[in-house]
Unconditional design. Structure first.
Length: 188
């Protein structure tokens, strides 16, 4: 890794770190993703759009195990994709900050899921029951074992999605329904 790449990340982060130090409340960020924009006559597909990135849309659909066609990733795939993406970018940024060159990086995630819960077939869990993420990193020659271990510890520690899944987070979910007959909204 070149010193330029190492410095560029540190240089990019320096004003952010200073701003958050000077105004801790300014560090709080809200991420937003919206759905409901796809063809409502298709019950098996949807599109979600992140507010922060114009022109980007993620297409998703029902998994074949619950009747989907398998032509696009299911929401579980998107969740695992978020974990892999977060782990990869975290490793890359930590390595750049440490001046460590990565020669090869492989990350995979898999999850266990029983679709019978989603299909309301009885007392089966609804949702993923286990997730396994495997990360393999090959570093350039000459990186001491202590630094390599620090890289992996830091990458695991600072991966937002990994830690969110491990530690859990309060999830508020609100539903409102209006009917064309009454126009009244019902909350559940």
């Amino acid at each position: 890794m070149s010193d330029d790449a190492k410095l560029s990340i540190r240089e990019m982060q320096a004003p952010l770190r200073q701003r958050y130090k000077d105004d801790p409340s300014g560090a709080m960020t809200t991420l937003r993703v919206r759905g409901g924009t796809a063809d409502l006559s298709d019950p098996l597909h949807c599109t979600v759009v992140p507010d922060a990135v114009l022109g980007v849309a993620w297409h998703s659909g029902a998994h074949p195990a619950v009747g989907g066609s398998g032509d696009v990733p299911c929401s579980g795939d998107l969740l695992l994709g978020a974990l892999v993406a977060c782990q990869e970018i975290t490793i890359r940024m930590v390595a750049a900050n440490m001046g460590i060159e990565i020669e090869r990086l492989e990350i995979s995630a898999e999850a266990d899921w029983d679709p019978r819960g989603t299909l309301a077939m009885g007392d089966f869990p609804i949702g993923l029951t286990a997730i396994r993420c495997t990360t393999r990193v090959a570093l350039a020659e000459g990186v001491k074992e202590e630094r390599a271990e620090r890289l992996l510890r830091s990458a695991e520690r600072y991966c937002v999605v990994l830690n969110t899944l491990r530690e859990g987070v309060v999830v508020e979910s609100g539903f409102s329904i209006s009917t064309s007959d009454t126009g009244e909204a019902k909350r559940t």
